[in-house]
Design a protein around this ligand. Structure first.
Ligand SMILES: C[C@H](O)[C@@H](O)CC(=O)C(=O)O
Ligand SMILES: [Mg+2]
Length: 443
């Protein structure tokens, strides 16, 4: 049973110096320090259960997200959890429609990242109180309750409440078998960890050899800064993985539209399944033009990790601008908004391949994609979830990968509770790790 009144919300700026090793680097984000605004909510219930949520950031700017979380806190404090989840659509609407704060959004940018952190913590708390991992909480929920968590504002021209209900009711068929299948085999994953842009060719080769030994069959390589470098790196990786294994490419928004088409025509010989974020994430028609040019070459368009909200996804789908849709657990307004995007993807029959390149994103998004398979898509065709092999050791309930697949988490919650010791050490700027690094920079 859901219980307790939210009595405290705290938020901390936690940063990991990943830029020192080039981990996470790409053509636009050359020095990312994987970071999180880490939210913990407590209740007055006697169980002592806390809800933990994050939103992912890249270092600088995390303090701005922390401010935005604090600005939203009054919407959560002193509310009964029962009232929040009993009218989750209304609560989502309240957070995203704050008459003053929405001016610095709406439903986009820092304020939306902060919304995700707060709501991720609420979902963690709810699932922990129910004694279930979030994916299972969602799978066991009846379609009407699921639909009651979604704000359909701005998307009813493609997905109404009735459409959503119908899709979820259809998804009930065969659900038990798919749950069993997930528990036995897990959800297929691909790795990005071998080929960050800042890695040397030697590191790329070494990590790729190890990944092959570990059973990985799908790989993503960063491209977009220098064509000669891209050709060399793609040749290395294609030679190592052979012609059959799957290769994806990610340009992280580096190109203009014609440049994207020209550049990818030169990389087409490496047979990428998709080019990810070829241009600005806001350019829906640009994505459509790139897609029109590249699909005949066998290259699909993937995007979503920096799509502001469900409206952008709606238009990408309407414009036939993508072949692979990449939800993000922190960019969108938590589970609530992701549910609406999963359902729109189902309606347009576009496979969802979630983004997970960041701290804690693998932990979160595994819940959404496992739920999607069991209750919505019922298909694994052309579907896989990103995996990056960084920073899992800082979480109490880290992801478990077996045979290159995500095994469904069994612990209650949303899997992003961090180890207190890790938070203390990496808190910016006064955690032990940062004190040392900042002192070294001064000398
Ligand atoms: C800055 C991040 O590491 C980004 O490169 C992640 C990404 O694009 C992905 O995982 O995809
Ligand atoms: Mg990407």
């Amino acid at each position: 049973m859901v219980r307790g009144r939210i009595s405290r919300l705290s938020v901390r700026d936690v940063r990991f110096p990943t830029s020192l090793g080039g981990h996470g680097s790409d053509a636009m984000h050359t020095d990312p320090d994987y970071s999180a605004a880490y939210v913990v909510i407590e209740t007055d219930a006697e169980d002592g259960i806390k809800g933990c949520g994050i939103t992912f950031t890249l270092g600088k700017g995390t303090e701005v997200v922390v401010c935005a979380v604090n600005a939203l806190a009054h919407h959560v404090l002193n509310k009964d959890l029962k009232d929040i989840v009993g009218d989750f659509r209304g609560f989502y609407r309240q957070l995203t429609s704050d008459g003053q704060l929405r001016w610095i959004g709406p439903e986009k940018g820092v304020v939306h990242l902060a919304t995700a952190a707060v709501l991720n913590a609420v979902w963690d708390l709810w699932a922990k109180q129910e004694g279930k991992p979030v994916w299972k909480l969602l799978v066991d929920m009846d379609p009407r309750t699921l639909v009651s968590c979604i704000d359909f504002r701005y998307i009813t021209d493609v997905l109404t409440e009735e459409d959503a209900l119908e899709l979820l009711q259809k998804g009930q068929v065969g659900k038990k078998e798919r749950e069993k299948q997930m528990l036995a085999q897990g959800y297929p994953a691909y790795t990005t960890s071998c080929a960050w842009l800042g890695y040397s060719d030697d590191t790329l080769k070494q990590l790729c050899a190890q990944a092959l030994k570990d059973g990985w069959t799908r790989f993503k390589v960063k491209v977009g800064a220098d064509l000669q470098d891209d050709v060399r790196r793609c040749q290395i990786i294609r030679d190592m993985i052979g012609p059959e294994k799957t290769l994806m490419m990610d340009a992280n928004q580096r190109w203009d539209v014609p440049e994207a088409v020209e550049w990818m025509s030169k990389l087409a010989k490496f047979k990428p399944l998709w080019i990810e974020e070829p241009t600005s994430p806001d350019d829906i028609l640009g994505h459509a033009a790139i897609s029109k040019a590249l699909v005949p070459l066998g290259i699909g368009i993937a995007t979503g990790e920096q799509c502001h909200n469900r409206v952008i996804f709606k238009q990408l789908l309407q414009a036939k601008a993508l072949q692979f849709l990449q939800i993000d657990s922190c960019r969108l307004g938590s589970v609530n908004e992701n549910l609406s995007v999963l359902l729109m993807a189902k309606k347009f029959e576009i496979p969802v391949c979630p983004h997970a390149g960041g701290v804690g994103l693998c932990e979160l998004v595994q819940h959404l994609i496992i739920f999607d398979y069991i209750s919505v898509s019922a298909s694994l065709k052309n579907r896989m979830c990103e995996y990056v092999d960084h920073l899992h050791e800082h979480f109490e309930y880290p992801v478990m990968i077996q045979r290159a697949s995500y095994m469904p988490p069994k612990d209650p919650g949303y899997s992003t509770e961090m180890k207190e010791e890790s938070v203390k050490k990496h808190q910016y700027p006064d955690g032990e790790v940062w004190k040392k690094l900042l002192a070294a920079q001064e000398n």
